[in-house]
Structures are given as C-alpha cells and as structure tokens.
Ligand binder design. Structure first.
Ligand code: GLV
Ligand code: GLV
Length: 324
C-alpha cells in the first residue's frame, strides 16, 4: 500500500503533483493553517507530514502518530519542530537549506535599503497626495553605501548578504563562534566580539536560527550598546529580538529604525506598537518568497520526504542519526 502523507498547505510548483503519484496524498486547502486538533488527527493516520513553520510538531503530537516516519519542513528553519522528540521516535526531519539562500539575502538587502532610504514611507507619502514640491529636506535617510554592516550569524544567508554589501562599499563585521576565512577573503568581512559589533555597526542584520542560545540575542542590554541611530534588520526569527525592549529603544529614539520580516507573534496583533511607529518597516515573513525559490523549496521538501519514506537518508536531514 502507498504511504499516507498529509501536506499542511497548497505548495507552488510541480512538487505536490509528483508526490500525488507516489503516495496517498491529502493536502490542506485552506488559507489558514490546520488547527492543532486537525494536525494531530491527520498525523495519527500518516507515515509522512509536510509542514510549514506555522505547524508545531512536538512530543504530544508525535505520541498520537505511531506510524509517522518523516516530517519534512518547507523552510530552512525548524524551530517549529521538536527535533530530539522526533529523533527519539525515529522520525526523520527534513528542511530546505541552500534553495533560499540568495533569495533571502536579496530580501534582507531590500529591507536594509528600504529602511535606510525610507522607501515605504516615500511611497505612502506620494500616494497620500502629500508631495507638493522637491525639497532639500524631504524624507532624508541614511547612506547604505560606505556604512558598517554588522552580521549576526554568518551562515549561508549571512554570507550572501555580505557579498551584496561588498558591492555597496560597506565595511563588514561579523560575530561567530568560528572564524570564516572564505567569507573574509571574499568580502573583506572581519570577525569581532559582540561588544565591538554592537558599538560599530550602523546596520545590524540577523541571520541566526532560533535556539535557546539565540533567543533574545538582541535584548535590552544589546540595544543600549548599539550605536545611537543604528538600524536593525531581522529576517531570521522574531524570537531573536526582545520585542518589548525593541519598542522601548525605538520610542526613545536610541535606535534609528527596525525592519522586520519576522516578529513574535506572527502576524502582529493590530494594536502592537510596532504597527504605528514610523521608523519601522514591516513585512509578512516573505524573505524566501520568489516564484522560483518557493517552487524549489517545495520540491526539496518532497525529495526529503520520499527518501525518508523509502528508508533512505533524506538529502537534507537535520537528524541523520535516525538512519544509523
Ligand atoms: C523561513 O523563514 C525559513 O526558515 O525557511
Ligand atoms: C536630484 O534629483 C538632483 O538632480 O540632484
């Protein structure tokens, strides 16, 4: 019999068509994610799940799913999945690194430029009919060219941002446990300690996964240590920033602005102060959202799932010890 698979949302591209020819497929067709109860009920029937970052996979769900062998996340991040709980039950977990590196770096740079040069504010200004004449003082921003960029997490996406920054003549600093000689050779980036990064970056950009170690990496103390007027850009996970402390720093004008593709929670409640602060640029978690990349991510997720269901190690598996 064909293995049963539940996919928690329609995905772009050809991947689900391919999957439907090989498994007994059920796809959640709604715009909003399946409820917790629906996901648990589906997991209970399935050998495989294809999940998004909005689907929580934890021990309680796994305990209802005795036949489950693979959870394939359509994302590079997998903080929505309790990986040790999966490993303990010999459930393989897949993700989609690589596919979205350049697309996500493009978007991080779009936020850098958009925040520094006030692109969204300018658009709203023109559309509102407020533009009366060319003015020497209208919508003045910050130069990106020649500024110092601080990278937190110089992994694949962070390094791709650094390559773009080099074309903008930026001075590039990064913090990391390990030095990154290839990145340094390619972009002139320099490894510094956290205090130096915070003190010297005109623009700080976050590219770490969300883990207990990176939760609130940018907290009250870090915001206080940042250069006055600096810009903060987050395309990683909302939880990497202490959002209450961020709102305070923005209100007090210590921080120049923040561009957030990710927040905690997602979406933000309508009464969140971030919704009304003028020096905040918001996006609905779309850094990887290009036609080509989202199709590739779906395809990779299907490849990971099919491999695991066949008892092979998926091409991108975050707990390969399941196959030892
Ligand atoms: C998106 O946030 C991802 O982790 O792929
Ligand atoms: C601006 O448009 C200029 O010509 O300086």
């Amino acid at each position: 019999v064909r293995p049963r698979v539940f996919v928690t949302r329609q995905l772009p591209g050809e991947a689900l068509g391919r999957l439907s020819r090989l498994v007994d497929l059920s796809v959640w067709e709604e715009e909003l994610p399946p409820s917790r109860d629906t996901l648990m009920a589906q997991a209970a029937l399935c050998e495989g799940l294809v999940t998004l970052l909005t689907d929580r996979v934890d021990a309680r769900l796994l305990d209802c799913a005795p036949n489950l062998r693979a959870v394939s996340n359509v994302a590079v991040g997998y903080d929505n999945i309790d990986v040790p709980a999966c490993t303990g039950r010999r459930v393989a977990v897949g993700n989609t690194p690589g596919a979205l590196t350049e697309t996500s770096a493009d978007f991080a740079f779009a936020l850098i430029l958009g925040l520094a040069r006030r692109v969204a504010e300018a658009d709203a200004f023109v559309r509102a009919g407020k533009w009366k004449t060319w003015s020497p003082t209208l919508l003045l921003g910050t130069d990106v060219y020649g500024a110092t960029l601080g990278i937190v997490g110089p992994g694949a996406i962070g390094a791709a941002v650094a390559r773009r920054a080099r074309g903008f003549g930026m001075r590039i600093l990064y913090v990391s446990r390990e030095p990154k000689p290839a990145l340094e050779a390619q972009t002139g980036a320099r490894q510094v300690d956290k205090a130096t990064l915070l003190a010297e970056a005109d623009i700080l950009t976050l590219h770490v996964p969300l883990t207990p170690a990176t939760k609130h990496w940018v907290g009250r103390a870090e915001l206080a240590a940042m250069k006055p007027g600096a810009l903060l850009v987050n395309t990683a996970r909302g939880g990497v920033i202490d959002q209450d402390a961020l709102v305070e720093a923005l209100r007090e004008g210590r921080l120049g602005g923040a561009a957030l593709d990710v927040t905690q929670p997602e979406p933000l409640p309508p009464d969140s102060p971030l919704m009304t602060l003028p020096n905040v640029l918001l996006a609905p978690h779309i850094a990887s959202a290009s036609h080509a990349t989202r199709g590739r991510m779906a395809s990779m997720a299907v490849d990971n799932l099919l491999a695991a269901l066949e008892g092979r190690r998926p091409p991108h598996c975050v707990n390969p010890e399941v196959f030892e």
